[in-house]
Design a protein around this ligand. Structure first.
Ligand SMILES: NC(=O)C1=CN([C@@H]2O[C@H](COP(=O)(O)OP(=O)(O)OC[C@H]3O[C@@H](n4cnc5c(N)ncnc54)[C@H](O)[C@@H]3O)[C@@H](O)[C@H]2O)C=CC1
Ligand SMILES: O=C([O-])CC(=O)C(=O)O
Length: 306
């Protein structure tokens, strides 16, 4: 499998590293607009190959998309990250132009590619990539829910003092500080509802900490996070490579699912060789439905700024 990662910055390089470490791709091409940057990152990563035991070939390219030709999967991480105090939505004016151009360049060289959008505001950038490329909806996926769910599990494990491997949980909705919906009702510790281990008040704290997970890290780091985002993308690319039909909450183009239309937003989906193999419609409580409706309204409002 050939994978292109556009943007060789923090998230792009982390994503390339995790993909290489899993050793399932024949080639990863890093692309960046900064002269020599992707080539440098690729060379540095390749010099870890004998130490970390992978055979994936990583190459770099300064904005030359012919090097990306016939990619099976392309990940878009190009664009600016937020600074402390900013929302993801504030990045739209810079990132929309970048994501649109990059998506158009990618499909010229790789007409059969599956695109995973990471750049923020991610749900709106996924919608934009969908509109700009006209690719079938199964081949444009936004990465947000996989990361948000990993952060939810981290917070649940912390609150229950359980090993993370005991914990399961999922976050749906928009990938924003206010739009995420950690499904606390469905979170489990080894099949037992987490609500049996912690108070309702503690559960609310976990929910709120999960929603601002990206903002918390941005405040600590001075820029947004990259390890967990890179790992979340690598997990999704691996599911495509292995046709795993693994369930990830991710930003999918909806046509009536969950009562929503003409929007990309986080819902559970089975990810396999064709990208989104199936959107899974789980039964939501009345409160969860209301939260999803509100979250979708906010995403649509941001889409209106395109
Ligand atoms: N969806 C999610 O869960 C997450 C999204 N993000 C988003 O990912 C994006 C990247 O974040 P970082 O890697 O931390 O930023 P970064 O600044 O470290 O890297 C971005 C890279 O994109 C490159 N770039 C800019 N315009 C380009 C173009 N037209 N073509 C090719 N490359 C171009 C830059 O030169 C830079 O190297 C941000 O928008 C951030 O908000 C970050 C973490 C998680
Ligand atoms: O917080 C940000 O701006 C980057 C991001 O999407 C995340 O880490 O969840």
């Amino acid at each position: 499998m050939k994978v292109t990662v556009v943007g060789a910055g923090a998230v792009g390089a982390s994503c390339a590293e995790y993909i290489a470490m899993k050793d399932f791709a024949s080639e990863v091409v890093l692309v960046d607009i900064k002269e020599g940057f992707a080539e440098g990152k690729a060379m540095d990563l390749m010099q870890t190959a004998s130490l970390n035991g992978f055979d994936t070939k990583i190459t770099g390219s300064t904005n030359d998309y012919t090097k990306t030709a016939n990619s099976d999967v392309a990940v878009i991480t190009s664009g600016i990250p937020r600074k402390p105090g900013m929302t993801r939505e504030e990045l739209i004016s810079t990132n929309a132009g970048i994501v649109k151009t990059v998506a158009e360049n990618l499909i010229k060289e790789s007409p059969n590619v599956i695109i995973i959008v990471v750049s923020n505001p991610m749900d709106t950038m996924t919608y934009l990539a969908h509109k700009a490329t006209g690719l079938p909806k199964n081949r444009i996926i936004g990465m947000g829910g996989a990361l948000d769910s990993a952060r939810f599990k981290y917070r649940l494990a912390e609150a229950t003092e359980a090993p993370i491997s005991d914990i399961d949980g999922m976050v749906i909705g928009g990938h924003s500080d206010t739009g995420m919906i950690p499904l606390t009702r469905l979170a489990t510790r080894n099949s037992v509802p987490v609500s049996q281990f912690i108070s309702e008040e503690r559960m609310q704290e976990v929910k709120e900490a999960t929603k601002v997970g990206g903002a918390t890290l941005t405040k600590l780091l001075g820029t947004s996070a990259w390890y967990a985002p890179g790992a979340a993308v690598a997990a999704m690319v691996h599911a495509i490579a292995t046709d795993a039909h693994k369930m990830f909450p991710c930003s999918c183009f909806l046509e009536g699912e969950y009562g929503l239309n003409d929007i990309c937003i986080g819902v559970p989906a089975l990810i396999g060789a064709n990208g989104v193999e199936k959107i899974v419609e789980i039964e939501l409580s009345a409160t969860e439905k209301e939260e999803l409706t509100n979250s979708a309204e906010a995403v649509s409002k941001t889409n209106g700024l395109l």
